[in-house]
Design a binder for this molecule. Sequence first.
Ligand code: IVH
Length: 666
Amino acid sequence: MSSDKSALTKKYKLLIQKINHHNKMYHTYDSPEISDIEYDKLYSELKIFEELNPNLIAKESPTNRVGSKLLSGFSKIKHTRPMLSLSNAATYEDFSSFYIRTTKDLKNNSFILSAEPKFDGLAISITYINGYYESAVTRGDGYIGEDVTSNVKTIKTLPLILEGENIPSKLSLKAEIYMSLNDFKKLNNALSHNEEKTFANPRNVAAGTIRQLDPNVASQRNLKIFFHGLIDDDTFSDLSHSDSLNRLKSYGLPVCNLNKKILNIKEAKKYYDHLNKIRLSLPYEIDGIVFKVDSYEQQEILGSTSKAPKWAIAYKFKSIEEKTKLLGVTFQVGRTGTITPVAELDPVNIGGVKVCRASLHNMDEINRKDIRINDIVFVKRAGDVIPDIDRVSLSDRVKSVKIIAPKNCPACDSPLIKISMQSIYRCNNNYKCKPQIIQSIMHFASRKAMNISGLGESIIESLVDKKLINNFVDLYKLTLTHIKSLDRMAEKSSDKLIRSISDSKNTTFDKFIFSLGIKEVGITTAESLAQNYHSVEDLMSASQAELCSINDIGEIVAENIHNYFRNKKNQNKINNLIKLGINISFTRTVIDNKLSGNIYVITGTFKNISRADIESALNKHGAKVTNSVSKKTTALILGANPGSKHKKAKNYNINIISEDDLIKLL
Ligand code: IVH
């Protein structure tokens, strides 16, 4: 290799090391050392290098995580050693018999236990060869699993290359793949937002994601991994499990930091109680503690049965799942008319919280789980996730009654419309259906919208019942006398409410857009719209195609926005709000309008400024930034390694602005 080339390789490898380090700090330790912008810069530097030097691309490069190929299936792989399961202890008595039996089997010699959480995820076996990630195989039936190497490779907390000293040529490890509760909630919110099926728990997401055929989906799911053991205990010269875990940690592999050495049964109980207490506050789900005899020599003495090792036990937490009776199902009407079935339960205490209701998601979910009224059901609660019916206890089923989707709105009796393949129904009587009226006013008054403090659900309901308001516009017609006429509204609180309604009139454009409650327009979309439009009229007259070309706005959302503003009733509402004195400030981010009317498209990567900063800088001068080049595009802002947009712009003969020109322009 010429010295030029080896210097280049060295620089490249250092760049990879740097990025992998920042990846670990961000994804594994949650403590980033650099900003996202700085990270993006390093990453694009790496991509450019690899495009120019494709023959140098290294296995451990983070660009290698997601292959573009769709998989056609998973091949079956035989485990070198069977992946056993664990014996369970359901009670302290069970655990204590394990402890006594172990003491006896070890001929009263003392022993140390290694305690660690039992992660509620997907079991996996992972192999590194010469320090490089090589393969991942699911547990399967314990003897034969499936090769899921490419999907597991997308897990950002999984190192593609190990760091540190004395790495064995072959390292086969046991691990658990999981999803954090936060990511689980976000994913389900996004799915239900798009009226797609949600997942019942994080474990199902982990398992479903690893077993699907598009590694791109896996790479977007933000799964995580904990390593919890060696497949062959003689891989290292270490004498104990806890030493091996420390060594894995030193290689940069994520190992749970709650692991602890336990010297006696009292300490074991203390550890169990402590984790049981904090489990709901952990960022991931655990369902018990795994106690393992720490010394490999003692593990050997104790041996295994065909199913499970005798040197370990999973002492399970009391379930945060309870059985109760499903008394009935009510159908709730959401803000935009979506109908959600809700289970009415015989009240039951689950992990210290009284639960009377649980979400049933949609009719497909009910049919899939075959849930019927009068059934005895298992209800689960995890963290602050809404309680969920996990399954029906079929052996308890007597006289059950099928749940039937209503044909008419339970609130206003209008016929329901089926809006998707997934048995989701909607009431389209948006302006007259009481729960929709109340919720749209609640949304309008909420903190991120018009922020009318003191206007809660019960006051809104009384105002609607007394026919003092019928929509959010009417709020600005209310007088002190109206409010005082409500039950339990004294002079002082009425006065305060009137004042906060009046104060809310001064708002910003993004909040105003959000408060309208347009289907699927959350605060982020509202912010994008406010960045791109600088008057209410402009926004109201935007075409669907134009809306669709804004970053982050897809076809369905563009259609919702367009339909909303085409509707005469909505147009009147907006005009009336303005007549009643709503004062929208557009000045928040706009410096001047020197680029007003101009539409830009950005492509490629930039040396001194991120794409997001370019976009916001252009917006501040009144310009719009869109996703795709069209005849209307004023200019293409061209960075290094542009995509197809560059070609298209040249075809359309559109002005091209370089990074340097852009800085001058701004
Ligand atoms: S050790 C011989 N440690 O629980 C099996 N397993 O019920 C040794 N699990 O399939 C397993 N957390 O996937 C071990 N800290 C932990 C674990 C753990 C979760 C899973 C594992 C296994 C299942 C057995």
